[in-house]
Design a protein around this ligand. Structure first.
Ligand code: ATP
Ligand code: MG
Length: 427
């Protein structure tokens, strides 16, 4: 092994795993496109101030997880720890608010300096979505429904949608006061982080994993009891509409998201099959963020799916995504390899997946590789076949062989496709 290795908390996605990633990207893109969401690709690094102002300085993300550096022009830059702030910056910068409701999605790497463990990395990936410009509770439900659609289409089970409302800024202000008043007498018994948060960001204490803190919280005032009339109505409509769509949810009054910009609906989709890092998708409404970043007051709702956690789940499923190769193309001789490439290209143009053996080694060796490749059939071309314009087709499962005219093979692609499908689904 060389002495330079990938940085702690980063991973190579190797060819054997990449099918899972592509499957997720394909399914997400298809489902989001059908709902009229379009992709947006903001840069991976931004001015540090964007995240400080957008996410909130007292959050874990900004206070201790950001990759911040000075560039050669002495600007403070930060590798994006999440996608929403950049999307909102682009939304404001390009005047997208004047174009009505915007439905956007993104995917790509995010960076947070965290302790690496299963499902938690320093470079990780998200697929996320933002619906900007609608205050309607139906917007909340549309986005949640799309998240559940994606996860369900991928075949995931044992998922729970946890739901809460964190109200608007004034609800939270009243609640914060009540929570601080309740917790202050217990200050010495809270975990160290929560003691700090009592002054900096008391709502985050609700999210503490510490058992003693959790026990103290059991009798704490509930955020849901502090919602104003408008917030309550919004939340009632979200719940009713989820029910109407047949989407089950579990109320979790302690659900507060890690970023400060959330208002009203907050949700997480948890998996029972993930252990400690159980949240696959998190999101909520963030009506204050656009104006906080200097845009016109714009209501918005969004979520992000953690790709690494999703892929851990996909790997537990019985049927892995289909990386199936249709043909392995073996050839040997003076003229055969060059012709094999031409035939391979023609088959690829017809939509078949073809791997070309370039080794020129003995056929026996090439057949071994054909076996290992998982191809459904092997096409074999020696100089004799090349001269006659024929090819030997061998089905891997039965070892049945036949000699065909190359033209005939290419002319009957539909039949060939069916034969391949049948052969692949026989075992
Ligand atoms: P957690 O509580 O697990 O740290 P979070 O609240 O910080 O999550 P969000 O900022 O809401 O997470 O990000 C949305 C999703 O992105 C998470 O639910 C998770 O699936 C994924 N995610 C967040 N941080 C990481 C990470 N360091 N490594 C891998 N995935 C992550
Ligand atoms: Mg986190």
């Amino acid at each position: 092994m060389g002495d330079i290795q990938a940085l702690r908390g980063t991973r190579d996605i190797l060819p054997e795993e990449v099918n899972y990633w592509q499957q997720v990207e394909t399914v997400a893109k298809e489902i989001l496109t059908k709902a009229a969401y379009t992709e947006i690709r903001p840069p991976i690094f931004e001015q540090t101030a964007l995240f400080e102002r957008g996410i909130g300085e007292a959050t874990d993300v900004v206070s201790k997880e950001m990759y911040t550096f000075r560039d050669r022009g002495d600007r403070s830059c930060t590798l994006r720890p999440e996608g929403t702030a950049g999307v909102v910056r682009a939304f404001i910068e390009h005047g997208l608010q004047s174009q009505g409701v915007q439905r956007l999605w993104y995917t790509g790497p995010m960076f947070r300096y965290e302790r690496p463990q299963a499902g938690r990395q320093r470079q990780f990936h998200q697929i996320g979505l933002e619906l900007l410009g609608s205050p309607s509770p139906l917007a909340d439900v549309e986005t949640i429904a799309l998240a559940t659609d994606i996860l369900e289409r991928l075949g995931l089970q044992h998922l729970t949608l946890e739901l809460n409302s964190v109200g608007d800024a004034s609800d939270r202000q009243r609640y914060r006061a009540a929570l601080v008043e309740y917790l202050t007498p217990y200050k010495d018994q809270l975990d160290a982080d929560s003691q700090d948060r009592l002054t900096s960001n008391p709502l985050r204490i609700l999210d503490s994993k510490d058992e003693q803190t959790q026990a103290i919280l059991e009798k704490a005032p509930r955020l849901l009891d502090y919602l104003g009339e408008e917030s309550r109505q919004h939340f009632e409509q979200v719940k009713a509409q989820l029910t109407a769509l047949g989407i089950d949810y579990k109320l979790n009054p302690n659900l507060v998201r890690g970023l400060d910009y959330y208002t009203h609906t907050a949700f997480e989709i948890q998996s029972a099959d993930l252990g400690a890092q159980a949240t696959v998708c998190g999101g909520g409404r963030y009506d204050g963020l656009v104006s906080q970043l200097g845009g016109d007051d714009t209501p918005a709702m969004g979520w992000a799916i953690g790709m690494e956690r999703l892929i851990l789940l996909l790997k537990q499923l019985k049927d892995p995504p289909d990386p199936r190769l249709d043909f392995y193309m073996a050839s040997r001789g003076d003229r055969a390899p060059a012709q094999a490439l031409i035939l391979a290209q023609k088959l690829r143009h017809q939509g078949f997946r073809v791997e070309l053996d370039l080794s020129g080694s003995r056929f026996q060796k090439q057949f071994k590789r054909a076996d290992r490749s998982g191809a459904v059939a092997c096409l074999i071309l020696g100089d004799a076949e090349a001269d006659q314009g024929t090819v030997n087709l061998k089905w891997m499962a039965t070892q049945e062989q036949s000699v065909l005219k190359q033209n005939q093979l290419l002319a009957n692609s539909e039949e060939l496709r069916q034969q391949i499908w049948q052969a692949a689904h026989q075992e």
